[in-house]
Design a protein around this ligand. Structure first.
Ligand code: SDX
Length: 428
């Protein structure tokens, strides 16, 4: 017997179907509310209680700290898969066979270059430009250089647009870094794997032979997997709503990059390191910063803590915390801010302000410590998040387009002036 929800509003008694997801989550389907109620809508700032879509890509259970991509646990994927396999899984729904993975890899490599004129756009940026702004602009510029990838409707055209951006995005990300470092732009080497080639493009020096480090490459691969998708977060919702106007994949991804940049979202990984550096410079007094985080008069927040969905440990943070110890140990890196981070975590886990609000370390709390140990500059932390999230954004955009979802256009409740007449300036 399907559930129904009963609502009495505006003098009417209305019934709405309740839909059940594959993991028994329930949602009230209010598609008919406004018409059936005589114009009543719901309101939910931040969409804390509102589902925007049905999706078969990622499942989160915030209370239990569960994260699965297409049914596979994040723990198993981080331990056994590689990033390109996970990208294929997220986008097409199944783990690829060896032949499918080889074709996906080859098709991406065939597109792992960008028009030389893109360099002219990059040259226009000052070295002080934040790489996320550069990356968002260059991604949007891909539209101009790949017009056949804009108004795509067929699955074949979507596949071609997808392998293009999977190939070009690492180039643009590495170029945003090299521009800042004043290094000549580098195309890497397509005999290398996806992550290995990206790291070569990032760190290859013109006058030195590049030596790959498998510890570093394996850690980056795992971090990219952990960041690959996270259902309807802020940037993914942005990708879906921009895509719903049929603006095309690259415009949608460019918008997603801008949404991810914010310090409350993907920009938190950079803000965490800056916060830990401030605490270190201030003598390492974590208690002072815990007090600031709890003081409602103080705008300071404990960056890397809290999450809209996870009211338990973010499973990704658990994996990254272990990886931080492993990577720093393997590289022989001593980083005092790792100890400060662990100290903050311990204090927060026994502090009623954090415990009562279910504020735990999230994916951004430890990731920056690993990026830093791997030699990635702080301003490149959020571009690394974007590189990881790219297949998730693609998968969600593709699902939205294949589901033929309507254009996203929320309603509102107007709270402004009622009708009034124009007054000539002489009478104001
Ligand atoms: C990501 O959505 C996703 O899935 C995102 C993401 C992904 O993979 O895409 O997981 C990636 O964005 C992780 C989050 C990274 N951001 C940060 O680490 C920034 C710090 N965290 C917060 O700003 C906050 O926790 C959010 C933005 C993450 C969540 O905010 P919510 O859900 O809107 O919660 P809220 O702001 O309403 O907070 C509830 C209470 C408030 O206190 P009260 O009004 O109840 O007294 O908790 C407090 C907040 O003041 N609070 C914090 C806090 N986070 C929440 N207090 C101090 N420090 C914090 N970090």
């Amino acid at each position: 017997m399907a559930d129904i929800a009963i609502l009495e509003v505006n003098g009417k008694r209305l019934e709405f179907p309740v839909i059940k997801g594959a993991e028994n989550e329930l949602a009230i389907d209010i598609k008919t509310l406004r018409a059936a109620s005589g114009g009543v809508v719901t309101i939910d700032p931040g969409y804390k209680n509102t589902g925007s879509c049905t999706s078969a890509i990622t499942f989160l259970n915030g209370e239990e700290g569960i994260l699965r991509y297409r049914g596979y646990s994040i723990e198993e994927l981080a331990d056994k898969a590689d990033f390109l396999e996970v990208a294929y899984l997220l986008i097409f729904g199944e783990l690829p066979t060896a032949a499918q993975l080889a074709k996906f890899d080859a098709d991406i490599k065939a597109e792992a270059h960008v028009d030389e004129d893109v360099k002219k756009i990059l040259d226009g940026f000052p070295k002080t430009a934040h790489p996320m702004g550069v990356l968002s602009s260059l991604t949007s510029a891909l539209i101009a250089f790949n017009p056949d990838s804009v108004n795509v409707n067929s699955e074949e055209d979507m596949y071609n647009a997808i392998v293009k951006i999977m190939g070009k995005f690492p180039v643009l990300t590495a170029w945003a870094h090299r521009k800042k470092m004043g290094l000549p732009l580098d195309y890497g080497d397509d005999s290398l794997g996806y992550v290995e080639n990206f790291m070569k493009m990032m760190f290859n020096k013109p006058n030195k032979e590049y030596k790959a480090n498998s510890v570093i490459n394996n850690s980056i691969d795992k971090l990219l997997i952990l960041h690959a998708d996270h259902e309807q977060n802020c940037s993914t919702s942005t990708v879906r709503i921009v895509g719903s106007s049929h603006a095309g994949l690259y415009a949608s991804i460019s918008a997603g990059i801008s949404a991810l940049w914010g310090p409350l979202h993907g920009g938190a990984n950079q803000a965490v390191i800056e916060m830990l550096e401030d605490i270190k410079a201030d003598g390492g007094d974590t208690k002072k910063y815990m007090a600031k985080a709890k003081d409602k008069q103080d705008p300071f927040r404990l960056m890397g803590f809290g999450h809209r969905v996870y009211k338990n440990f973010d499973p990704r943070a658990k994996i990254i915390k272990v990886a931080a110890d492993d990577v720093l140990g393997a590289l022989g890196v001593e980083d005092p801010i790792l100890e400060i981070a662990k100290g903050l975590e311990q204090e927060a886990l026994s502090d009623s302000y954090f415990v009562d609000r279910k504020l735990y370390p999230n994916v951004d709390f430890y990731s920056g410590i690993i990026y830093r140990a791997l030699g990635i500059p702080t301003e490149m932390f959020t571009p690394m998040f974007a590189l990881g999230r790219l297949p998730g954004w693609i998968a969600q955009w593709r699902e939205m387009r294949l589901q033929k979802e309507p254009i996203g256009r929320p309603r509102q409740i107007y709270t402004g002036e009622n009708l009034r007449s124009f007054k000539d300036v002489s009478k104001r």
